[in-house]
Design a protein around this ligand. Structure first.
Ligand code: GRF
Length: 191
């Protein structure tokens, strides 16, 4: 299955997907100097750089990203640490074929860029990560898979996020596999 990966950060999820042999046919970033973009260059992966400053609006930027991914015949779009809300014009052609990984057990701490800190501050004993389908409502699309991660005495943001990422590196590949099976079934049903 041909994956397009959207990333703005360190890129550990992207690295994990490549290490596990997933077919990443394109990486899209809005932050050309991020770790994920550097990794894409090192690996010789096709890299689409879409800094907001090069586009007149969010819609224009997302439209350019969408067209770039469509040209690469992407089957599934994977948000792996992409830090902007996708506009309707991006989502529409990929509806049901965009997934996102979020570092909490949704719906807890939905829509937050600080879900790990918020879990610590809230006093919950368990947090985790969620892979869900992307819809226009942020972090609210149908949940595909979740994995709990206990909060341990003495945890800080860094230690907790590190353990959540270990779980993410298991969960995201499982979710892609699940989507691959579902999309294959849909194709069969359509004949
Ligand atoms: C992950 O924790 C993910 O849940 C969140 O952003 C982070 C990306 O990490 N959406 P990385 O860039 O893949 O290391």
């Amino acid at each position: 299955m041909r994956l397009g990966v959207l990333a703005s950060g360190r890129g550990s999820n992207l690295r994990n997907l490549v290490a596990r042999g997933f077919e990443v046919v394109g990486v899209v970033t809005n932050r050309p100097s991020c770790g994920a973009a550097e990794f894409a260059r090192e690996e010789g992966l096709a890299l689409g750089e879409f800094a907001q400053k090069d586009h007149p609006s969010h819609e224009a930027r997302d439209g350019a990203m969408r067209d770039w991914l469509i040209a690469r015949q992407v089957d599934l779009v994977v948000n792996a640490g992409y830090d902007r809300i996708l506009t309707a014009g991006f989502i529409a052609p990929f509806a049901g074929r965009i997934i996102n990984i979020h570092p909490s057990l949704l719906p807890a701490f939905a829509g937050s860029m600080h879900a790990v800190e918020q879990a610590l501050a809230s006093g919950v004993a368990v947090t985790g990560c969620t892979v869900h389908l992307v819809t226009e409502e942020v972090d609210a699309g149908p949940i595909l898979l979740q994995e709990p991660v206990p909060i341990l005495p003495g945890d800080d943001r860094a230690s907790l996020h590190e353990r959540i990422q270990v779980a993410e590196h298991r969960l995201l590949p499982q979710a892609i596999q699940l989507m691959s099976e579902r999309l294959a079934q849909t194709r069969t049903a359509l004949g």
